[in-house]
Design a protein around this ligand. Sequence first.
Ligand SMILES: [Zn+2]
Length: 117
Amino acid sequence: MHELSVAGAVVDTAIAHAAGRPVSVVTVRAGHLRQVVPRSLRFYFEIVARDTVVQGARLELEIVPGRLGCRACAHEWDVDSPAFRCPRCGGGDVTVLSGDELEVESIEVEEPTPCTA
Ligand SMILES: [Zn+2]
């Protein structure tokens, strides 16, 4: 996984949703199977966010556990790594149920201070 390209996509999405408002928090759902290194992603996130409305925003990472399903016998199991073989029937016709996510879940923006004058 290239954290730099992930960071770029995350920042682009946040900028698009912010519509010019300063972003304070960006929450990202990252599947365990994506094997994103949080420290590395934060590092690139700060670099890519520089000089944008996302600069200085906090990056929140939600790691989604990996879960696979076997199409042959319908068995489902949790995985730490993408091992695409069913432990029950040994079949290789396996589908990813979760853990493949990589998306911006939400952003928080700083609303402009209302003019009370
Ligand atoms: Zn199976």
